[in-house]
Write a protein that binds this ligand. Structure first.
Ligand code: GLP
Length: 256
C-alpha cells in the first residue's frame, strides 16, 4: 500500500485528482469506480477544472458508481445520481450514457444487483476505484459485519450511517432512506487499483484501525490491506495517528 499525507483538504484533493487524471491520460477509455460523500467533492472540482482547461479529456471514459439509495428519484437532491451529475458529470466531458449509478427506483432488487454486476463485467472490470470511508469503516455502503464475498447487493443502513448522512437531509435521519444498493467488497477487491481518500480528525481512529489493525468484516475498509494495488491519501488530521505511530508516509513534508 502506498500512503500519502498532505497538509490540508485542498492539497489532498489536488493530488488525488492528479492520480485519477494520470489514469485517464494513460488509458483514456478507463473504467473508473466513483464514490459519493463529502470527501471526493474537492477531487471532482479539480477534475472539472482540468477538463475546462483542456488538460483532461474524459470523452472515452466509463464510470460506475458504488452505490445508490433505494427509493430516491434520480432528480432527488440527495440521490447519488443527482450528486454525481451536479458535482462531476456536468463539469467534465464524459458522455452521460457512459455514466452508471445503480437504479434506486428498481423494485426488482435482485435483478438490479445482477444487472450491475453484469455491467461491470461487460465493461471489462474497474481500472481504478475511488473510495471514501464512513466513520464506522464502511466503504460504498458495505456496513460492518457484511460478508467480504458479496457482489452488488441491498444493504440495510446502520443507525450510525443514517445519522452521519442526515447532515445532507436537512439534518433529520428520519428522511435518510433505510436501504441502498451497493457494490460489494468482491467488486471493490476485483478493481485493478484502488484510491481511498480520507480527511478530518473524525476519521483518524478508523484510519489506524482499518489499515493497521486486523482484517475483519467488522471494519469493512480493512480488507483493502489485502488488495495488491492500493493508494491511501489523507490530510494530516486524518493521518495523525499513523504518523504518531511512526508509519512512513509520502506526500508533502508533514511534520509530526
Ligand atoms: C456515504 C457513502 C460512502 C462514503 C461515506 C463517507 O455513506 N456511501 O461511499 O465513503 O458516505 O462520507 P464522507 O466522505 O462525507 O465522510
Amino acid at each position: 500500500m502506498r500512503i500519502y499525507c498532505y497538509h490540508d483538504y485542498q492539497e489532498l484533493s489536488r493530488h488525488a485528482a492528479n492520480l485519477l487524471s494520470a489514469q485517464i491520460i494513460m488509458k483514456p477509455d478507463s473504467v473508473i469506480g466513483l464514490a459519493t460523500g463529502s470527501t471526493p467533492i474537492g477531487i471532482y472540482d479539480r477534475l472539472g477544472e482540468l477538463c475546462r482547461n483542456g488538460d483532461l479529456d474524459c470523452s472515452k471514459l466509463h464510470s460506475v458508481n458504488l452505490d445508490e439509495y433505494i427509493g430516491l428519484q434520480p432528480e432527488h437532491p440527495q440521490s447519488y445520481r443527482y450528486f454525481m451529475k451536479t458535482q462531476l458529470f456536468d463539469h467534465i466531458n464524459i458522455p452521460t450514457e457512459n455514466t452508471n449509478v445503480p437504479n434506486g427506483l428498481e423494485t426488482n432488487l435482485e435483478a438490479e444487483c445482477a444487472r450491475y454486476d453484469d455491467l461491470i463485467d461487460l465493461l471489462g472490470g474497474i481500472d481504478l476505484q475511488l473510495l471514501g470511508m464512513g466513520n464506522n469503516g464502511h466503504v460504498g455502503f458495505n456496513e460492518p459485519g457484511d460478508s467480504f464475498t458479496l457482489g452488488t447487493h441491498v444493504e440495510e443502513l446502520s443507525e450510525s450511517t443514517r445519522l452521519a448522512n442526515a447532515r445532507f437531509f436537512e439534518d433529520s435521519s428520519e428522511q435518510v432512506p433505510t436501504h441502498a444498493f451497493t457494490m460489494g467488497i468482491k467488486n471493490i477487491m476485483a478493481a485493478r487499483s484502488v484510491l481511498i481518500v480520507v480527511n478530518g480528525s473524525k476519521k483518524a481512529e478508523m484510519v489506524k484501525k482499518a489499515f493497521f489493525g486486523p482484517v475483519t468484516p467488522l471494519v469493512p475498509a480493512s480488507i483493502l490491506q489485502l488488495h495488491p494495488n492500493v493508494t491511501l491519501m489523507g490530510d494530516q488530521d486524518a493521518m495523525k495517528l499513523l504518523m504518531e505511530a511512526g508509519v512512513k508516509v509520502e506526500g508533502s513534508a508533514v511534520e509530526v
